[in-house]
Design a protein around this ligand. Sequence first.
Ligand SMILES: NC(=O)c1ccc[n+]([C@@H]2O[C@H](COP(=O)([O-])OP(=O)(O)OC[C@H]3O[C@@H](n4cnc5c(N)ncnc54)[C@H](O)[C@@H]3O)[C@@H](O)[C@H]2O)c1
Length: 332
Amino acid sequence: MIDLAIFGAGRIGHVHALNAAAHSRVRVKYIVDPLPGARDALAAQTGAEVVDADRAFADSAVAGVVIASSTDTHADFLLRAAQAGKAVFCEKPVSLDFQTVQQVAAAVEAAGTPCLMGFQRRYDPDFRMVRDRIAGGEAGRLEHVVMHTRDPSPPPRAYVERSGGMFIDQAIHDFDMARYLLGEEIATVYAVGRCLIDPEIGAAGDIDTAMITLTSVSGRLVQMVNCRRAPFGYDQRLEAICANEVLYVENRPRHGVTFADAQGFHHAPPLNYFMERFAAAYRDEMAAFVDLIETGTQPLAGMRDGLEAQRLAEAATASMRTGQAVRMEVAA
Ligand SMILES: NC(=O)c1ccc[n+]([C@@H]2O[C@H](COP(=O)([O-])OP(=O)(O)OC[C@H]3O[C@@H](n4cnc5c(N)ncnc54)[C@H](O)[C@@H]3O)[C@@H](O)[C@H]2O)c1
């Protein structure tokens, strides 16, 4: 059995702890979270002990740590995990400060720490099939990608103020997906963003609606649409236009029954938000973390992917502020 420690018993920590506990070769040994309540219920549910971070890092039986705590704790926990020789499954983003992200990535890579970054869309069966058909050659050369990410409703102002902004908090998954599908780096980033939905988000210095255009090093195109509201629920779609095929990832409905009456045909709304929509992806992500620890199998997303996606989010922020496209240094 592999012993894991879960840091953070909030929304995503809950998902990862339950997936770890359900894995046949994992024991959730520790839950680390300073806030009583949810953490104690989660510990009872998973058979884990509540301890502080020092105790979890000091236990040589703990092979891996899952960092699902608040963003401002990730960098420190990553460094401590690297020092303690633990494998890491870290939620995005590594830090809100890009210089810190670079320093942590360098330290983690230098230590040879096995690391999985929490870009769960890479593990979603639909997104993965798109990538596999492109990488396998059936779809033909990928020419351009269009992605839509809209949350069901705007987050509260308090969340926005600590989120690092919509590009780092939300669109980072799309930046990562662009790199994943293209299989190459991004050369230019051009972003426009506005606060069109919730004035509270604007008052917090953020935007709630954005359109971002990327070009890849070889000249292929990506259009991202990111927004904090979709009146029907979570909107998570993608079109990959390739030489032989156009691949569509559609929203997943909550059920497959269509009711027809005199007013028309009524379909189920999509699965609500990321915890439902990506439930299978989170399970596969945890299984990949176990594989990484047991066999060294490289995960679909690692530390470098966390760094590069955030580099693009930083570039989008700069582009939005200046009104100019940003040319990435990696472009060759
Ligand atoms: N990949 C994804 O789909 C996804 C989805 C949601 C959140 N996230 C990321 O996961 C992280 C957590 O997000 P959330 O929505 O679960 O937040 P949350 O606020 O629901 O939970 C965060 C938890 O961390 C705990 N915490 C704070 N300081 C801590 C410390 N020093 N040690 C241990 N625990 C501590 C808090 O008490 C809280 O229970 C964020 O970085 C977020 O960006 C990723």
